[in-house]
Ligand binder design. Structure first.
Ligand code: DQA
Length: 146
C-alpha cells in the first residue's frame, strides 16, 4: 500500500484563479489538485486533497489523520496567522507536517510573517507557487518510502 498523505487547504483557496492573481497566479485549486494527483502517482504516494472555509471541518480532518495518514501537507491560508487550534490539532495528530504557501509570506504584510504552524512543522515552503505542493510531496516520498 502506498503511504497516504493528506493535502489540506484553508479558507479562500477555493477562489484561486480569480483571487488576487498578481499574488497567487492564475491556477485554480482544481489545477493544483490535478498537479498533486500527477505528482503523487509519479512518486508512489496516495493522496487525499481537500479544501474548506470552515475551521472546525479542518480540525476534524486533522483529527482523523491520526494513525491513518503518513504525512500532512497543509496550506492553512489565513488560519496560519491566527489559529492555535489548528496548530494544537496538528501536534495531537502525531503526523509529520509540511506547511506550504503559494506566496512568499515573508515578503508581504507584517501580519503574515508569524505562523502558528511553522514551529511544529517539519518544513515550510513559501513562494514556490503550486510547485511547493509538489516539493512537499517529493519530500514525503523520499522520507516515507526510505
Ligand atoms: C497563503 C498566504 C496567507 O497569508 C493567505 O492568508 C492565504 C494564502 C498562500 O498560499 O500564499 O490565504 O497561505
Amino acid at each position: 500500500m502506498p503511504p497516504l498523505v493528506l493535502v489540506l487547504n484553508g479558507p479562500n483557496l477555493n477562489l484561486l484563479g480569480t483571487r488576487e492573481p498578481a499574488t497567487y497566479g492564475h491556477e485554480t485549486l482544481a489545477d493544483i489538485a490535478a498537479l498533486c494527483g500527477r505528482s503523487a502517482e509519479k512518486l508512489g504516494l496516495k493522496i487525499e486533497f481537500r479544501q474548506t472555509n470552515h475551521e472546525g471541518e479542518l480540525l476534524d480532518w486533522i483529527h482523523g489523520a491520526r494513525a491513518r495518514c503518513a504525512g500532512i501537507v497543509i496550506n492553512p491560508a489565513a488560519w496560519t496567522h491566527t489559529s492555535v487550534a489548528i496548530r494544537d490539532a496538528l501536534v495531537a495528530s502525531e503526523v509529520p507536517v509540511i506547511e506550504v504557501h503559494l506566496s512568499n509570506v515573508h515578503a508581504r504584510e507584517a501580519f503574515r510573517h508569524h505562523s502558528f504552524v511553522s514551529p511544529i512543522a517539519k518544513a515550510v515552503l513559501a513562494g514556490f507557487g503550486s510547485h511547493g505542493y509538489h516539493l512537499a510531496l517529493e519530500h514525503f516520498s523520499h522520507t516515507l518510502k526510505g
